[in-house]
Design a protein around this ligand. Sequence first.
Ligand SMILES: Cc1ncc(COP(=O)(O)O)c(C=O)c1O
Length: 367
Amino acid sequence: MKWKTALEEMKPYKPGRSIEDVKRTYGLTHIVKLASNENPYGTSQEVLDYLDQNPLQYEIYPDGHSSRLRKKLAEKHGVSEESILFGNGSDEIITIICRALLDEGKHTIMATPTFPQYAHNAKIEGAAITEIPLKDGLHDLDAFLKAITKDTTVIWICNPNNPTGTLMPVGEIVDFLHHVPEDVLVVLDEAYFEYITDDQHVDSISLLEQLNNIIVLRTFSKAYGLASMRLGYGIAHPAVVTPLNKVRNPFNNNSLAVAVAEVAVQDKEFIEKCRSLNDQQRMRFKQFAAHHGLHMFDSQTNFVLIQVPSDADEASEFLLQQGYIVRSGNALGTPGYIRVTVGTEQQNDGFFTAFDKFLQQGGSHEE
Ligand SMILES: Cc1ncc(COP(=O)(O)O)c(C=O)c1O
């Protein structure tokens, strides 16, 4: 086969270990998965009731326009219906953007470390990639500006950033956007938007009133607790959405995902509850890290990147044996750290006990 040369050096996505696999390997009965930033509180009760009461017409193709959900989201965000692009998870929107704007001879800019799917998809398209190291955990937007060339077509800003959890103030992003050429698309990936509690933060969708070259990505996978449904969306000027829609597969969202998202989007109380509980629990991680003298990035998400006083793989393996699945920073470009999803109070109690055990064994930084 004459595969694209870019594929030679790439690896397929390696999912984290499943709960069943960990149970089997370590002979454990109770496992807590804190590795993929899912919602530990599940999904809205209204969604669960809907699923109980509404059988689907399985033989019928989905509404390829997702019209009812489109209307609800347009109202929620105060944008036109033509400003919305749906994806099979925001992952697919990232793929669509890369297919539409990147290929050999084109150039893209992103932070490092950041969400790996930007680089992954850009590589497949054969584009040149500039990765700008984070500065104090934040995107170094001055360096981004300097990296722009005549071939640059897409710039990625993950806000809050995965894996650090750090939030760029929208004011800084606005200054940056005013210096970016109008024919370069800036992607503001806000998968964790609903978890932000910083009251200075401004909803970046309002920037669409002044700027045509941005797309804001949101997802139902995180706070909405619907990761299994695979539904994300982008909001952009219709002049950006129309070309991206040419790349989108006609039925990329399944009927069930769209139907439950329509219900989920109405349950504002659920999102508020999750934001508040997550904030309280995130604070406990902050206190834990401070108590043990471990560095932790200031997170505005439902995960934290926390230092370990040893190799990150070793720490993750220890925690795994105690029944807690977390992500080693070695795989995320942050050696010396682990990324942990903020769980429920009870899950976190157990995690802190296991981590304490590790610190006692492996040498705590506690003074
Ligand atoms: C920053 C960021 N963007 C996008 C995604 C993709 O989310 P989904 O495809 O589930 O919408 C994730 C998932 O972890 C993420 O962390």
